[in-house]
Design a protein around this ligand. Structure first.
Ligand code: GAR
Length: 211
């Protein structure tokens, strides 16, 4: 079997996407090894999930850092020390400084609960409801210097119903996200996804989701 791609997973909260990756890892063919889980906050449920799975955790507390650059440097250092070759953002609610993108070029992935470019930011689900859209979804993309921005790897849509609340729509979106994100991370780990300029290129005949 080819060597697994070492990844660091960055989290800020409940860690359900981290859990989906942890669960995917139980398949011996899953091509990534989660070598570190890094959180920007202490005492979040996602950290407990990592610990239960036997994955080393580090808290790089945003509150301990004077600026985004020093916070990002600390994340890079921890990830490098763990041997990570890619960063997988899973509900990570901070923006990394440009040196992270320079250090991990085309190797930082993010999942976001909307059909980007619509509704970037931390209120994607609320804003979709406020806008009255009939469809929203999930976007997995490579991270660039902007918020929830960068070459799109895969998108999946879900319907938005009139009676939806933030919670019901979140559940519908995350139900899709928890399947899509491990699939995309696995394809990335197998080297099936690369970036050419602003375009994502799949080497497989059956890419995951529309491009
Ligand atoms: C996820 O749905 C993810 O898409 C979203 O936060 C949630 C975190 O859930 N990320 C963003 O909004 C990024 N802008 P989780 O901690 O349970 O995985």
């Amino acid at each position: 079997m080819p060597p697994k791609l070492p990844i660091a997973v960055l989290i800020s909260g409940s860690g359900t996407n981290l859990q989906a990756l942890i669960d995917a890892r139980t398949d011996p063919g899953f091509p990534c090894d989660i070598v570190a889980v890094v959180s920007d906050r202490p005492d979040i449920p996602g950290l407990a999930r990592a610990t239960r799975a036997g994955i080393p955790t580090t808290v790089i507390d945003w509150a301990d850092h004077q600026d985004r650059a020093s916070f990002t440097d600390a994340i890079i250092e921890v990830s490098e020390r763990a041997g990570a070759a890619a960063l997988v953002l899973a509900g990570f609610m901070r923006i990394l400084a440009p040196q992270a993108i320079a250090r991990f070029p085309n190797s930082i992935l993010n999942t976001h609960p909307s059909l980007l470019p619509r509704f970037p930011g931390t209120r994607a689900i609320e804003e979709a409801l406020e806008a009255g859209v009939t469809e929203s979804g999930v976007t997995v993309h490579f991270v660039d210097e902007l918020v929830d921005h960068g070459p799109i790897i895969a998108q999946r849509s879900v319907p938005v119903h009139d009676e939806d609340t933030v919670e019901t729509l979140r559940q519908r979106i995350q139900g899709v996200e928890h399947r899509l994100y491990p699939e995309v991370v696995a394809a990335f780990g197998r080297g099936e996804i690369t970036v050419d300029g602003l375009e994502v290129v799949w080497s497989t005949n059956e890419p995951v989701g529309p491009r």
